[in-house]
Design a protein around this ligand. Structure first.
Ligand SMILES: Cc1ncc(COP(=O)(O)O)c(C=O)c1O
Length: 360
């Protein structure tokens, strides 16, 4: 970090290039482009892939808001589909197929919590209908489908380095991953005000020679330095997260009030889980959250309201029903999970859950 300060280049400088190279190496991406957040990465990726006005992109109803807002930011229309009943909390291929219209341009699988969407079926569907696949792989660092890293199974994907992520910065940062030279070139132009070329040394005097109206989405070098340091122990952190997840599962399987623990869906190809989040389904979710909070145990409710019922999308899409997404939004809660967590702390969390259901 000291060298970032000594060099005095704080934004899209050498550390960002080093991180881009390191993550291209880690993921196997031909191109890794640092930007300001996972949200920016998604909306720039969509525009770079040619998504625009009049296009529809199929997005799961159960995901983080940015999966859909990135489509809106690209001035296209998100169309929502339900999730599977398998426990991957990801797009259901049958529901996706039912949502395809003549305006559909892309499918956006979102890989949530600990495992990939059913990429075999979704890629096949996309091929059958001549659609692009653009992955919201913001949560999916370290997840691979038959050896190919998340984000690289279709035309491109993203990473978020929001502080809570498996690889988290001390603020916002994100990355676009793609093997497609044309998408990479276009994304590179869009992330810096339409600037062409690799360097942006004189941002104040920037000339837009591309004819494309881009944005300011530079990554901070301080964040890149932090991410480089953390990347060196990413695989260790992932392994530790898995041990902790297994410890939760051992204690919570069949416990009163617990409707489901994470269940890795068997796939036809190797796709090991990476526990970014340890998510369970429970009865009386909101009351349990309050009970745990009163005992100093923090949880997250991913995602308390489906996207098609949120105010930004309800008018157009609220009339539809996506029952599995709706059930997940009512029942799911994420328990504390980070590499420094101890098994004794897991015992405390599980005991507090058990007390809640015992008290009725
Ligand atoms: C599934 C998903 N999509 C998109 C994003 C957006 O990433 P960011 O918070 O870095 O903008 C996130 C992270 O918060 C996410 O979990």
């Amino acid at each position: 970090m000291g060298d970032v300060v000594d060099r005095g280049k704080y934004s899209h400088g050498r550390k960002v290039s080093e991180l881009e190279q390191a993550l291209a190496g880690y993921t196997g991406a031909r191109h890794a482009l640092g930007v300001n957040s996972g949200t920016d990465a998604l909306s720039i990726l969509l525009r770079a892939a040619g998504i625009g006005p009049g296009d529809e992109v199929i997005v799961p109803a159960f995901t983080f808001f940015a999966s859909a807002s990135a489509v809106t930011m690209a001035r296209a229309t998100p169309v929502f589909a339900d999730i599977t009943a398998d426990g991957d909390y990801a797009l259901d291929p049958a529901s996706v197929e039912a949502a395809i219209t003549e305006r559909t341009k892309a499918i956006m699988p979102v890989h949530l919590f600990s495992q990939l969407a059913d990429m075999g079926a979704l890629l096949e569907l996309a091929r059958k209908h001549g659609l692009m696949v653009l992955e919201d792989s913001a949560e999916a660092i370290g997840m691979r489908w038959d050896g190919t890293h998340a984000g690289l199974l279709g035309s491109g994907g993203v990473l978020s380095f929001f502080p809570t992520k498996t690889l988290g910065a001390l603020g916002d940062a994100g990355m676009i991953l793609t093997d497609d030279d044309r998408i990479a070139e276009q994304a590179s132009v869009l992330r810096h005000h339409g600037r062409m070329g690799k360097t942006i040394d004189h941002i104040a005097g920037i000339s837009n020679l591309s004819g494309v109206s881009g944005t300011n989405s530079k990554m901070d070098d301080i964040q890149a330095a932090i991410l480089m340091a953390r990347l060196s122990r990413l695989d260790e952190d992932i392994a530790r997260r898995r041990v902790l997840a297994d410890a939760y599962t051992e204690r919570l399987t069949g416990a009163d009030g617990v409707l489901a623990v994470p269940r890795p869906v068997p796939r036809s190809v190797p796709s090991d889980p990476v526990f970014y989040v340890y998510l369970i389904e429970v009865e009386h979710r909101d009351a349990l959250v309050a009970h745990l909070a009163a005992r100093g145990i923090g949880t997250e409710t991913y995602y308390p309201r489906t996207l098609h019922t949120q105010p930004a999308y309800a008018e157009e899409h609220g009339g539809r029903s996506h029952p599995r997404a709706e059930a997940a939004s009512r029942r799911t809660v994420a328990l504390p999970l980070y590499p420094d967590l101890t098994e004794a702390q897991i015992d405390t969390v599980c005991a507090a859950i058990s007390d809640f259901y015992a008290e009725g």
